[in-house]
Write a protein that binds this ligand. Sequence first.
Ligand code: URA
Length: 284
Amino acid sequence: MHPAPRLAQTQHAVSSRVFGVDFLPPLPPPAPPPTHAAPSAVHPATRAGHDAPARQPSDPTTAAGPPGSIIEPAPGPADPARAEAHQRLGQILARYKADAPHRHFVTAFTNIVFGEGDPRARLMFVGEAPGADEDRTGRPFVGRAGQLLERMITAMGLSRQSVYIANVLKTRPPNNATPTLDECARCLPYLMMQIAAVRPEAIVTLGLTATRALLTTDLTMSRLRGQWQTLAVPDAQPALSVQVMPTFHPAFLLRQYTAENRAKVWSDLQAVMTRLGIKPTGVG
Ligand code: URA
């Protein structure tokens, strides 16, 4: 190995051990798999025997649509379980559009931000609601908090395309306000349907709002963070219970980017990696 990458790798390992990980892997992430070819090795976040997710940065469905348009879920990949999950996600989106639960509380939005990623991801991330960048593009977690989330995902040895990312609310709350209990309750059934379609093995909830909404609890983040919880997903066929790891929201981490907070989040993500048998790229 060239000395520079080795040095960077050592620094990364030391910083992750001593100061708290900075979520930047020392080496560039591996190139994404080709769009139509099956990968030579099964991706750690991809179910054994299933193709790796096909979504690419140039995928037209990731582009912003005209105002009021809806960004559809990722294109349906080859294997039957993933194709079925993709189809179900499309049906859930159609139902969401028909029901429009946001009509009770949103006065204006540009795009519905439904969720995106591998329809059969082993790992799902759940945030609270779209912000301005997400509203503009129709994609979850693409602003500053999203960029940090992506670095966290990369530090885990995964790619954004190999996980599934969604929010409790699918539309931007007025004035970016924290969603109320009523707003969360109106939108939660659609998130539960998404979880039942994707059937992830683990979910990372990002921040207190998403954690409380999904787990129906009023415990504080200091009590919830870092502790595995079990979510029984209503109406899943077959029955589904998913392990949930609550952690800090990346927006909170950006505001309080201390070594202590980063170490806490990294420790939560490492618990997830251990459960799923994922090894981070380039961490010594
Ligand atoms: N914060 C969230 O909770 N979700 C997003 O999609 C973006 C920011």
